[in-house]
Design a protein around this ligand. Structure first.
Ligand SMILES: [Mg+2]
Length: 259
């Protein structure tokens, strides 16, 4: 009798715990979908996280069914909150880092969608929140005349300067728009950078990662130490000499600015 009671108790406990696991396990898998079939849809939040984590690569446009999700992400609070969280973390790191006594400590900032926001253009019918490809000529025309500041990154920029770092701006923008870009940066409140590196004729044909890696390597060869590196594309933060720490600004709209 006692053995029977024990068996009933154990069976009841196992059933209860498996029910609890099914109900409360936050990572239990959703119903499996067949990758590659026509009805396969990536959840839009999973798409965005995949982009930010560099799990999704070489994508060209966002899934069309994610347009309203991306629009809401950018235009409501979450994008601003995500940028602010990154800027605060980076500023804390800038404040705490021990300076190198032999090398010049610098921070590298990307410009497009890092210091300057082109959200007005990304929201226009030309890009339509990423359902269309981003092309360089209209993108930079808009950037040099209508760009707005990314406020949290301006605060980070100023904090980095106050902590004694030199600033290098490393952009894929062509040298031909240098003056207009400087004006746009100044209009947005940025000043005091040590170097502004733009893409010259000799850089044509290089991938974004190859171009930025080569420029960072030149800096390291000049005895700079890249303490921090901030950009919205993984091509800003991967390759050679990425820096001691990298900070990824969100950008779920485009993966590349096309020539
Ligand atoms: Mg950028």
């Amino acid at each position: 009798m006692m053995r029977l009671s024990l068996l009933v108790f154990v069976a009841f406990t196992l059933l209860s715990s498996s029910h609890a696991d099914a109900e409360f396990n936050p990572i239990r898998q959703l119903g499996r979908r067949s990758v590659g079939s026509d009805d396969y849809k990536v959840n839009c939040q999973s798409f965005r996280v995949g982009v930010e984590a560099n799990n999704l690569r070489d994508w060209i446009t966002i899934p069309t069914y994610c347009k309203s999700y991306i629009k809401t992400y950018l235009q409501k609070n979450q994008y601003s909150l995500d940028v602010e969280a990154i800027a605060v973390e980076a500023a804390d790191y800038a404040e705490s880092l021990q300076k190198d006594i032999f090398l010049k400590d610098i921070w590298v900032f990307d410009i497009e969608e890092t210091l300057l926001s082109n959200l007005g253009y990304l929201a226009s019918s030309s890009v339509d929140f990423g359902t269309q490809q981003v092309y360089a000529t209209p993108y930079y025309e808009w950037l040099t005349s209508n760009a707005t500041v990314v406020p949290a990154i301006l605060e980070l920029y100023n904090a980095v300067v106050e902590n004694g770092f030199e600033i290098v701006l490393l952009s894929e923008a062509p040298e031909s728009i240098g003056d207009a870009l400087v004006q746009a940066l100044q209009n947005a409140g940025f000043s005091g950078w040590t170097k502004l590196i733009l893409k010259g004729d000799a850089d044509n044909g290089k991938s974004p990662e190859e171009y930025k890696s080569a420029k960072r390597t030149e800096l390291v060869n000049l005895r700079y130490r890249i303490a921090g590196n901030v950009g919205d594309q993984w091509s800003d933060l991967s390759g050679e000499n990425v820096g001691i720490r990298t900070f990824k600004v969100p950008n779920p709209v485009y993966n590349r600015i096309w020539d």
